[in-house]
Design a protein around this ligand. Structure first.
Ligand code: KIV
Length: 275
């Protein structure tokens, strides 16, 4: 059955966990969907893991639509959330609604995600009013990496912890149906989770959030440029891929691939007529 905003609401009410993974392509979306993951996030982390940028700042609406639509074609049951890229919503409420609409119409998203708390509450309110479900994202918001001065854990001082709580309340009041909390101390994410009625999805925010999200290349050991403390490698797929690529090269070089089982046949009399 398709996961929807109602699945998220029910999970919070019943205390069952919500699973989310990032994804950026059709084949992987099918695998994640078949594994029964509740939601797929087409994150702007595609700037890092798919496009090789240092950060997410250069990701465009076209990138998100291109990858989002591919994922949507592969996701039968998982709810597809597409990230709004940097400067697609910060500029104005009008831009936010227009760009959220494009992610729904052209990217075939089921919901959009944007970064920020109190500051983007008007954008969230307007997008929700247009009938588009919104996932908020607070704490360590990667689009603000230049303002933070790097990937730093957020909410560690009293003032910063109070600000995080204010942000969570603001996005809840603006109508977000869910909030991602990234890179904050576990004990603080627990308090946020207890104080809001919408589900919290943690990444580097401890075990007490209502759900968890990870970047799939991180949890499969496929991306080694930067591995945050909160990443657990559930498989060493990167090593398996490298070994398979090397084996392929070896067999091609030795002439053992392709063998007879991988070749098409033709009647000998046809071949003889060609000599
Ligand atoms: O872009 C992304 O992958 C994200 C997750 C880290 C939550 O926003």
């Amino acid at each position: 059955m398709k996961n929807t905003v109602l699945t998220f609401k029910k999970a919070k009410e019943e205390g069952t966990k919500i699973t989310m993974l990032t994804c950026y392509d059709y084949s992987t979306a099918k695998l994640i969907d078949e594994a029964g993951i509740n939601s797929i996030l087409v994150g702007d982390s595609l700037g890092n893991v798919m496009l090789g940028y240092e950060d997410t700042v250069s990701v465009t609406m076209e990138d998100m639509i291109h990858h989002g639509a591919a994922v949507a074609r592969g996701a039968k049951n998982a709810m597809v959330v597409i990230d709004m890229p940097f400067m697609s919503y910060q500029t104005s409420v009008y831009d936010a609604v227009v760009n959220a609409g494009r992610l729904m119409k052209e990217g075939r998203a089921n919901a959009v995600k944007l970064e920020g708390g109190v500051d983007v509450a008007p954008q969230i309110k307007a997008i929700v009013a247009a009938g588009i479900p919104v996932v908020a994202h607070i704490g360590l918001t990667p689009q603000s990496i230049n303002a933070f001065g790097g990937h730093r854990v957020q909410g560690k001082t009293e003032a910063a912890a109070k600000k995080l709580l204010e942000d969570a309340k603001a996005v809840e009041e603006a109508g977000a149906f869910c909030v991602v909390i990234e890179g904050v101390p576990a004990a603080l994410a627990k308090i946020v989770t207890e104080r809001v009625s919408i589900p919290t999805i943690g990444i580097g925010a401890g075990p007490d959030c209502d759900g968890q999200v990870l970047v799939y290349q991180d949890m499969l050991g496929m991306y080694s440029d930067f591995t945050p403390k909160f990443v657990k490698k559930f498989a060493n797929t990167g090593e398996v891929m490298k070994a398979a690529f090397a084996q392929y090269a070896k067999e091609v070089n030795e002439g053992t691939f392709p063998s007879a089982e991988h070749c098409y046949t033709i009647d000998n009399d046809v071949i003889e007529k060609l000599y």
